[in-house]
Design a protein around this ligand. Structure first.
Ligand code: ZN
Length: 253
């Protein structure tokens, strides 16, 4: 047996005996598994303020309120729900640069998300990924399904695509006409004990941005809750919230 063939045999044996992790898999290994529904943080004494349906006209203001309050927020954004994402690209980039987490809430927020084919679900995710690569340079690894729909092919498709699936454990019901004061009661009822909350809120309501969020920042401080991103509250690294991508130069929806 020549040296070269010996080397080949040795490498083959090594390959079968020791699984060599893909670097991306190694990064993802720090956080939760893909395709599994996650409702709350994995440890106490923290809260992951999370907002759906933007970007919109309040995105920049919300990121500022969070930053001024010493909080990191998570923005589950769409491509087209409240206008084209590229219309708010500066606000999305500023939020990302400030250390807030940018995550996926699908391209067009389909009302039938839970009954779409795997191919259509994949297209929903990949169209937004491409837009985010064009805007912030990376793709998210966290998503929240529209209407929290996790049935049908959603979880298997998200697993294939490497997405961590986030729902919520406190629903502010801002989408359901609740006032900020009514939402506050829901947080008080949920309490500050136990593993950290991942609330459902929407950055498209001015009252959520201007009234509920400052109250929550104060509530978190009073209860010694660290205000972290969804990725951080699940034990992931900041880098684990994203994977690399290549811009295609597109700037319109
Ligand atoms: Zn939504």
């Amino acid at each position: 047996m020549g040296l070269k063939s010996l080397l080949v045999v040795s490498l083959a044996a090594l390959g079968s005996a020791v699984p060599v992790a893909n670097p991306l898999e190694a990064i993802r290994a720090a956080g939760p598994a893909a395709g599994v529904v996650i409702t709350k943080c994995s440890a106490p004494n923290q809260i992951a303020l999370a907002y759906d349906d933007g970007p919109y006209q309040y995105t920049q203001r919300l990121a500022q309120i969070l930053s001024n309050g010493g909080a990191k927020g998570t923005f589950f954004v769409t491509g087209t729900l409240y206008g084209c994402i590229y219309n708010q690209r500066a606000a999305v980039k500023a939020a990302y640069d400030a250390g807030h987490q940018i995550a996926s809430h699908t391209w067009s927020h389909p009302s039938n998300f839970g009954s779409m084919s795997s191919g259509d679900l994949t297209q929903q995710m990949q169209r937004l990924e491409q837009a985010l690569v064009n805007i912030i340079g990376v793709k998210p690894t966290y998503m929240r399904p529209p209407y929290l729909a996790t049935g049908g092919s959603v979880l298997s498709t998200m697993k294939t695509l490497g997405y961590r699936v986030i729902t919520d454990d406190v629903d502010s019901e801002d989408w359901n006409g609740k006032t900020p004061q009514q939402s506050q009661q829901k947080f008080q009822q949920a309490g500050a004990g136990g593993n950290g909350h991942i609330p459902l809120m929407h950055e498209t309501y001015q009252s959520t941005v201007e009234t509920l969020t400052p109250w929550l920042i104060n509530w978190a401080k009073q209860n010694n809750l660290k205000m972290v991103t969804v990725a951080e509250c699940l034990g992931d690294t900041a880098a684990g919230a994203y994977v690399p991508g290549t811009s295609n130069g597109q700037g319109s929806c």
